[in-house]
Design a protein around this ligand. Structure first.
Ligand SMILES: Nc1ncnc2c1ncn2[C@@H]1O[C@H](COP(=O)(O)OP(=O)(O)OP(=O)(O)O)[C@@H](O)[C@H]1O
Ligand SMILES: N[C@@H](Cc1ccc(O)cc1)C(=O)O
Length: 462
């Protein structure tokens, strides 16, 4: 019983003992009026939780497995919920699954995950840590309008740090004993897999034990009584609740959030291949901004409630304004502005606005300040060609070399009819000579357009 005794007697760390400040609203359950919660565990614990929240600041955690080198918009909802806890004066822990990343959470998956190499896991842990810290920092800097010192810093922990020293025989013998096979088998994540043709590995079956032990560890170390996660985490959260009930006298609680889905109803996930990423190298600030700008009118109020820090009253005002002038897409702009700022800071928002202008303003000035990577990201469907700037090359030759036209006849007809643009400027003369000063941007690129929206990028080699 050494392992259990050790963990049960661990001293509470000091950062949780400084409950001196008082906050106006600690009641995190109030967020249910914004549609923030899907489920609560135990389901009858509402008044108990309310009592605890009102009595003193609490500690909450959410975990993120390093299955990719960036978090995404689905995870962002979990982060935003953590931020609400922080704003309410509570202690927030973000757990990086440096150990659980080797095991693989079966929740919501139809097949076993491919095992990741340790260098990949390490790299992913670093990237996700960076995502989390950036969002919390941007929130403090740009969105939280009150006294900065009132936000307690988040604590980022990696579960690899406590599994490293644990003996596997001792773990199975002491912790495994508290799990009943029948209960484990009944979990949705197991049921959906066990009867399938491919089945499920023991490794993934055992995942719930590790997430449960994490919670027990955090409870002992930091008095962490709350765990949040997407609704696919309910099975793991209830397993943790059971382990803690069996081994301690303490009550703990889980809250799950609705899953953010695509229009087709699929969960946005790291490994599902449809993610909108928080890392600017994977989804540019412009891409993130546009993702929220494209929100349908029928969904935008919902997303404002879930993803922003506007009060319910402010959201009603925004929607009222929208009813007067729906064509202005005001709620979508509020959503995109706040979330781009949260993820990429003010500078990221400026980059996104600059890119939007580059596409919609049709002014050459809007292209001049963009880097080559930015231009290629904005016009992501454009064909990119590398060309040598040979003296005397004409508009017609350029159009052909950049693969803008199928035949020379088409090229001549379209250019002379006014359907060809270089850097947003119409060019009609097929024999006009291309020069660096007139047709090439300072970043040695030219943006060609045929018709309204067929873009081609030329990277010039001089
Ligand atoms: N689309 C989503 N909507 C809401 N929460 C989500 C969504 N995707 C993930 N989460 C939540 O984010 C937390 C971290 O999840 P995790 O790191 O495993 O990401 P994931 O995207 O689900 O990864 P994977 O696709 O590899 O399973 C979990 O609580 C999970 O439920
Ligand atoms: N299982 C979670 C991540 C997680 C990992 C460890 C934990 O202790 C908690 C949560 C997921 O895949 O979404």
């Amino acid at each position: 019983m050494k392992l259990l005794k050790q963990i049960l007697s661990a001293s509470k760390s000091t950062w949780l003992q400084s409950y001196t400040r008082s906050y106006a609203s600690r009641n995190i359950l109030k967020l249910s009026e914004r549609g923030m919660y899907q489920d609560m565990f135990p389901s009858s614990a509402g008044s108990e939780i309310l009592d605890l929240l009102n009595r003193a600041p609490q500690c909450v955690y959410a975990g993120f497995d390093p299955t990719a080198n960036s978090l995404h918009v689905g995870n962002l909802l979990v982060i935003i919920n953590l931020l609400h806890w922080q704003r309410g004066g509570h202690d927030v822990i973000a757990l990086l699954g440096g150990a659980t990343g080797y095991i693989g959470d079966p929740s919501g998956r139809s097949t076993d995950r491919i095992a990741l190499q340790s260098e990949v896991i390490q790299e992913n842990v670093n990237c996700i840590k960076n995502n989390l810290e950036t969002v919390f920092e941007n929130h403090k800097k740009y969105i939280w309008t009150k006294d900065e010192s009132k936000l307690k810093p988040i604590k980022v922990v990696n579960n690899e740090s406590w599994y490293r020293g644990i003996d596997s025989i001792q773990f199975v013998s002491e912790i495994g004993r508290n799990f009943r096979m029948g209960t484990m088998l009944l979990k949705q994540s197991v049921q959906s897999r066990i009867n399938s043709e491919i089945g499920m590995s023991f490794t993934e079956f055992a995942y719930q034990i590790f997430q449960s032990y994490d919670w027990l560890h955090l409870l002992k170390e930091y008095n962490c009584r709350f765990q949040i996660g997407g609704s696919d985490q309910m099975g793991n959260i209830s397993a943790g609740h059971e382990l803690i009930s069996r081994t301690t006298k303490q009550n703990v609680y889980g809250l799950t959030l609705p899953l953010v889905t695509t229009e087709e109803g699929d969960k946005f996930g790291k490994s599902a291949g449809n993610a909108v990423w928080l890392d600017a190298k994977k989804t540019s600030p412009y891409g993130l901004y546009q993702f929220f700008i494209r929100t349908k009118d029928s969904e935008v109020e919902n997303l404002l409630k879930l993803f922003t820090f506007f009060s319910v009253g402010e959201i009603q005002d925004i929607m009222f304004k929208h009813k007067q002038h729906p064509e202005q897409r005001y709620p979508q702009t509020c959503l995109a502005d706040q979330l781009t700022t949260l993820v990429h800071g003010k500078e990221g928002l400026e980059r996104a606005m600059k890119a939007t202008e580059a596409i919609y303003s049709k002014d050459v000035k809007s292209l001049v300040s963009l880097s080559s990577a930015e231009l290629e990201q904005i016009f992501e469907n454009a064909t990119v060609t590398n060309l040598l700037l040979s003296p005397g090359i004409t508009v017609l030759e350029l159009g052909m070399k950049a693969k803008c036209f199928p035949t020379e006849n088409d090229a001549m007809r379209i250019i002379q009819a006014g359907g060809f643009y270089i850097n947003h400027q119409k060019v009609k003369k097929i024999d006009e000579v291309i020069t660096q000063s007139a047709h090439i941007l300072p970043n040695l690129l030219s943006l060609l357009r045929v018709g309204k929206r067929n873009y081609y990028i030329v990277r010039w080699q001089t």
